[in-house]
Design a protein around this ligand. Structure first.
Ligand code: ATR
Length: 271
């Protein structure tokens, strides 16, 4: 019987995940499809029951349901528990539904090979920062700093996750030369969002990597600024593709081609 997978969210119409997973399923000759499901506000439980009843083999969860879905699952793995959010649900052989969070590990994979001794600076202290910081911690990175406009939010996150240190944006700017990987997670610079750079990068290290989790536009103002200093930049498409690839591997037991997918999506988005 043909299997099916889904992504649930609101809004969902512009999700790139159906294209990405359908392409991978075809490449791997897996008889399945992946569909976007728009879930109306207040209808999450009914939607999850419907997915289960209709034999969905696994699904992704996106905004605004990543936290709210947890009570409707049979089990949540440690990283999703630590983050408090699920982006991937896997149906096990015995029909249980288990929640994972592949966003943070997907993000880290998108950076390419990096070292646990690398010093990490995360700018922003919202949900995305939380997932990424948690994944760096799980991979035993020893230097993680979170810089945020509202210092108290950075401090709370650092205390909750028991990682590194919280700093102000001013401190981040003044100490930028210490960091090997700089991750921008605020919505500043997304399409239709007027951009003010959270920090200046003039003192950045020569071999630093600067990453943004946003992929629309492909080059955010923050990455544009980083490019002036000839450092390596990574946009949010890598994170999208790698979080999807980890989910795909959970569901299908095979790894899809990530590099080619990043190229395809870059082309689709006009890069
Ligand atoms: P997400 O869950 O997608 O990460 P979020 O929870 O809304 O998004 O988090 C937004 C993050 O971006 C927060 O860290 C926020 O800083 P505050 O804690 O001070 O609100 C940060 N942010 C949003 N707009 C910003 C701006 N104009 N300048 C700097 N930081 C901003």
């Amino acid at each position: 019987m043909k299997k099916w997978f889904a992504v649930i969210g609101n809004p969902i119409a512009h999700s790139l995940s159906p294209y990405m997973h359908d392409t991978w399923l075809e490449e791997q000759h897996i008889n399945a499809s992946y569909i976007p499901v728009h879930v109306e506000e207040g209808k999450l439980e009914e939607a999850v029951n419907a997915l289960k009843l209709l034999g969905c083999s696994g699904w992704n969860v996106t905004v605004p349901y990543k936290e709210a879905i947890i009570p409707f699952l049979d089990e949540v793995d440690n990283s999703a528990k630590g983050i408090g959010a699920v982006n991937t649900v896997v149906k096990t052989g015995d029909g249980r539904f288990v929640g994972y969070n592949t966003d943070g590990f997907g993000f880290i994979e998108s950076l390419g090979p990096i070292d646990q001794t690398n010093r990490i600076l995360i700018i922003g202290a919202g949900g995305a920062a939380r997932g990424i910081a948690h994944a760096f911690k799980q991979l035993d990175f020893s230097h993680i700093a979170i810089a945020n406009r509202t210092y108290a939010n950075a401090k709370r996150l650092v205390e909750e996750l028991q990682i590194g240190q919280a700093i102000t944006l001013e401190e981040a700017e003044a100490t930028i030369a210490q960091f090997d990987v700089i991750v921008h997670t605020t919505p500043q610079g997304m399409k239709n969002n007027t951009a003010t750079l959270p920090i200046q990068l003039s003192q950045i290290k020569e071999h630093a990597i600067v990453a943004d989790i946003v992929y629309n536009p492909l080059v955010t103002p923050f990455l544009e600024e980083a490019k002036k200093y000839n450092v390596r930049t990574v946009n949010g498409l890598g994170m999208l593709v790698h979080q999807g690839a980890i989910a795909f591997t959970y569901w299908n037991g095979v790894k899809p081609n990530t590099e080619q997918m990043v190229e395809r999506l870059t082309e689709q988005l006009g890069g």
